[in-house]
Design a protein around this ligand. Sequence first.
Ligand code: FAD
Length: 354
Amino acid sequence: MAIVGGGPAGATLARLLAKDYKVLVIDKRRLDSDPQKGQFTKCCGGLIAPDAQKMLAKMGLALPQNVLVSPQIFAVRTIDINNKLERFYQRFYFNMDREKFDRWLISLLPDEVDLRCGSQFKHFEQEEDAVRIVLTQNNKTHIEHAKILVGADGAHSLVRKQLGIRGLVPREYISVQAKFTAKEIMPYFTAIFDKEITDYYSWIIPKEQHLLLGTALKPRENVSSKFELLQEKMKRYGIKLNKQVEKEGAFILRPMRVRQLSVGQSPIALIGEAGGWISPSSAEGLSYAFRSASYLAQAIKSDFKNYHKHYLDNITPLRRNIRLKNLKAPFMYNSQMRKWVMLSGLQSMQIDEN
Ligand SMILES: Cc1cc2nc3c(=O)[nH]c(=O)nc-3n(C[C@H](O)[C@H](O)[C@H](O)COP(=O)(O)OP(=O)(O)OC[C@H]3O[C@@H](n4cnc5c(N)ncnc54)[C@H](O)[C@@H]3O)c2cc1C
């Protein structure tokens, strides 16, 4: 079996299948060594939400301390710019370094896995009883064959694109995230709602001596000027953003309809964000990556030949979860409904910053 992408979805699937099958993992990132300066890294907020924590627990995994970064966060500050409201809610996250997290997941792979880091998937062709996979490494082309090809290659999945199901992809956003030096530690994760910036949301996450300011923007809008406007508005709001030390961007998907989700078409399977499996309300993606990978692993182990049917069945609860999140989304994303919720004070708490 060949897995394109060694992120949380791909690394999890490889780990779960390694003892029973021949597994090849292809990733363009050098996940098997420390990141070098200028090297491509995964753009992420690096928060492990309770659903992802539960999945780690279910998989018998505990986080090593070196993956964590301070501060650990127990509250969300919600800023509604349009309604001029602010509330705090209790939430439990683990704050981590995403690159170290991905490297830790890869380090759990047994030696049996054929791990090809620094290797780029180009395209596939379906042959009679195998999939022919073309990849490049160090400017050389390599051909591999597999019974099943798994696309775990994230939001901008090439495997999904080549499957030709492009018309049904979830709504695509461009997330821009910049790192600023911070004078003081911010003890919460901030979620910002402002329709002048985006119909999704923006965020601030403290990371050691820095603050990450991020947002998810519609691709056809002027991404740079929207981000500058967000920065300006945050400064006006009193958020101290000092020197910008980094800025990165990535696609992020938002499945607004369950028919935009995909498990692939046998013998090509999709897991994680490649299949659109991500929360449409919070953009939390780690639990969806873990869950879709474990559903596919169970399907393959139970009936290799008919894995597709079993994967479709197994993933029903995740499909239901996304439907429910979309039903609840107006309470967060409809300005009037959000105003009612925030004014009601429901589940909010007072923070005494003295
Ligand atoms: C700005 C931002 C902030 C986020 N913050 C959070 C957060 O705080 N918490 C949370 O739970 N989720 C967050 N998410 C969502 C989360 O990052 C993703 O949903 C999650 O990483 C999906 O995991 P995955 O394994 O499916 O894909 P990815 O993590 O994207 O991994 C895909 C892998 O495939 C590799 N790849 C891609 N194409 C190729 C190719 N052609 N050849 C070889 N390799 C390839 C990539 O190098 C990568 O390693 C955030 C997303 C963004 C964009």
